[in-house]
Ligand binder design. Structure first.
Ligand SMILES: [Fe+2]
Length: 187
């Protein structure tokens, strides 16, 4: 299983550009945390990239239909358990660090991207923790993002919320530069 194969599988089931960009953002955040935790960057990235594989075609069965597809394609159990566990309603314990991290970065990545999208020129430069936190308090902003899940995710992962926000923000900034060289963008 390579990153390219995972990306192809994702695109086989996903047409929505915003969903692909969300997958890329979660991949970026997972890569950032893998570096921080000294884990397998490629594997953690793939877990992020593929986590919403079934969301477009099977929103009512998400993420269990995705789990089936991943099983059929021979993906590792640890990755599949993390994908299952990122949805609270599956009642899957998030024990491994991989699962905890996926849960912690999913909503937060979306939120930080929403924040970047409203910045002048959608800039990734000089991202300020203070302004992200201000937006988090603004209930009208990115209302689809569940703030409670962001807090719960950081708690489960055992990281301070401010540090967590900046870890994910830095990961998005770093990955955006790499993606730009491949002609892709997170925004
Ligand atoms: Fe997601």
């Amino acid at each position: 299983m390579t990153r390219d194969e995972a990306y192809e599988l994702l695109k086989k089931y996903t047409e929505s550009e915003s969903l692909i960009k969300h997958a890329l953002a979660v991949e970026a955040a997972m890569r950032g945390y893998a570096k921080k935790f000294n884990e397998d960057v490629e594997f953690w990235g793939i877990t992020g990239l593929i986590h919403d594989l079934d969301y477009e075609l099977y929103p009512d069965k998400h993420p269990l239909e995705g789990v089936k597809i991943l099983e059929e394609n021979g993906y590792p159990v640890e990755l599949i358990e993390a994908v299952k566990g990122h949805a609270d309603h599956t009642n899957t314990p998030r024990q491994p660090l991989l699962a905890k991290t996926l849960y912690a970065v999913d909503e937060l990545s979306s939120f930080i991207i929403a924040y970047i999208l409203v910045r002048p020129n959608k800039s990734f430069e000089d991202i300020q923790l203070k302004s992200i936190k201000k937006k988090l308090k603004d209930k009208a902003f990115a209302r689809g993002v569940d703030r409670d899940i962001i807090k719960k995710g950081a708690e489960e992962l055992g990281v301070d919320l401010d540090e967590h926000i900046m870890t994910v923000a830095d990961a998005l900034v770093e990955r955006e530069k790499e993606l730009n060289q491949m002609g892709v963008s997170l925004v």
